[in-house]
Design a protein around this ligand. Structure first.
Ligand SMILES: [Zn+2]
Length: 234
């Protein structure tokens, strides 16, 4: 079985050895190459207590062979991209919408963890970042023939205006998006956000990201399923 060497969050032993107990596949992460998110329970040899660490694995083939790899490989990081331990903040944090690009999801999850820990200004700044990253992902690619100004490329307010003016984002989201941007700014620069404001930003961010990413992807998956069904019955 594989081992992993790191500091134990339970007994605080430094650079201690953990025995990997199992792999729990959690979800597929959007993007290329195919990446899967796992949680890995491990037992500390010093205190015998179990902790769960997060990890990503690239490629469907590797994902399928994890149990084999666990027998033949020695160190966890030889075949997994190992991250941090799952903590109580993860347990209490609200989940993100589905089907987000990895960088947008990471920003939202960090914001939700900050909110769950009572760090409201940090939460506001992270939700604003998730909006910033989402809006960047919607800009036309270089060479697409569509011209955008450097301000639209570099400044969130100008970029959002461009997205709404050109109907890339539905006008119904405009007020929520403006609120996330302005309140997120207040959190980052003035440290003025309380629990209620941070909750609103989290709620609005969830709804905006769901509209931009989750809904189209769910429709795409549903259409794909229908096409396969029709093909099979033809
Ligand atoms: Zn320990």
């Amino acid at each position: 079985m594989s081992i992993h060497v790191t500091d134990c969050p339970r007994c605080k032993a430094q650079k201690t050895t953990f025995d990997v107990l199992a792999f729990a596949p959690v979800r597929e992460i959007n993007g290329y190459p195919e990446t899967f998110y796992l949680e890995v329970p491990m037992q500390c040899r010093n205190c015998k207590q179990v902790s769960v660490i997060r990890a990503n694995v690239s490629g469907r083939a590797t994902f399928r062979e994890l149990n084999d790899l666990n027998i033949h490989r020695h160190l966890l990081y030889e075949f997994l991209d190992v991250h941090v331990f799952v903590t109580l903040a993860d347990v209490e944090a609200s989940p993100s919408p589905e089907h987000l690009p990895l960088n947008v999801q990471n920003a939202f999850v960090e914001g939700a963890k900050c909110y769950a820990s009572g760090c409201y200004n940090a939460a506001g700044a992270m939700f604003r970042l998730s909006l910033d990253l989402a809006s960047k992902s919607q800009l036309p690619a270089d060479g697409s023939g569509i011209t955008i100004t450097p301000r639209q490329k570099n400044y969130l307010a100008d970029r959002l205006e461009w997205l709404f003016d050109n109907n890339h984002w539905p006008a119904s989201l405009k007020d929520m998006v403006t609120c996330i941007r302005q309140d997120g700014n207040d959190g980052a620069h003035d440290g003025e956000l309380g629990k209620d404001e941070a909750y609103d930003i989290m709620d609005f961010s969830f709804m905006v990201l769901e509209k931009i990413y989750t809904e189209p992807e769910r429709i795409r998956i549903s259409q794909e399923r229908r096409a396969i069904r029709k093909q099979q019955s033809a």
